[in-house]
Design a protein around this ligand. Structure first.
Ligand code: HEM
Length: 166
């Protein structure tokens, strides 16, 4: 029975991680570049709507990954005391994944999302682009891409942690 629960929670954990990591990478590497071929007004409208609609899904998926990761390591795993976190290899890797996940999720909410929405609501930036001066908008988009890259590094570290835990 315990084995079935462990497999079920692992399945949910992996499914949510696919939505969180895959969703954000698809938006950043697939949707965002493709949108650039649209007219500026359409880009702005589409990106605003997409960000509003996907933001909560990705945040909830990230929170679900952390919750199931905590259950897998503690209730269903070998961590039963605070000492197990500090004094075992498994505990060290698990707590690294835990903190990196929290930081990555908060970074996504408070930096990535907020900065993108700020850029999308900056009327002047978009008006300048429509009038033939897209440079300030492009520069802002480049700086947001750089901010988002920190999230990608967080995902990479977590994946390495998962390989080391498995
Ligand atoms: C990028 C995010 C993550 C991905 C893609 C991911 C992926 C996975 C995968 C594929 C497994 C199954 C490994 C196996 O059964 O061999 C797993 C297991 C596990 N994950 Fe994650 N995970 C992520 C984040 C986290 C976080 C943040 C935590 C901690 C809070 C965590 C804790 C665990 C634990 C404890 C296991 C069970 C390992 C074991 O004892 O066999 N994961 N994860």
């Amino acid at each position: 029975m315990a084995w079935h629960i462990h497999q079920l929670v692992t399945g949910i954990h992996i499914f949510l991680a696919i939505i969180w990591v895959g969703g954000i990478l698809f938006v950043g590497w697939g949707v965002y570049p493709a949108v650039k071929s649209l007219q500026f007004a359409d880009q702005r409208q589409f990106l605003t709507s997409m960000m509003r609609k996907t933001h909560w899904l990705f945040t909830l998926a990230g929170a679900g990954v952390i919750t199931t990761g905590v259950l897998l390591g503690t209730w269903l795993g070998p961590i039963h005391h605070w000492n197990d976190i500090l004094n075992t290899y498994y505990g060290n890797i698990w707590v690294t994944a835990f903190f990196i996940a929290i930081m990555t999720l908060l970074w996504g909410i408070f930096t990535g999302y907020r900065q993108t929405m700020k850029m999308l609501s900056d009327k002047l930036l978009w008006e300048q682009a429509e009038q033939g001066n897209p440079k300030p908008l492009k520069n802002k988009m480049i700086s947001i891409t750089a901010l988002e890259f920190i999230e990608v590094i967080g995902f990479m570290v977590m994946i390495v942690c998962m390989i080391l835990l498995g």
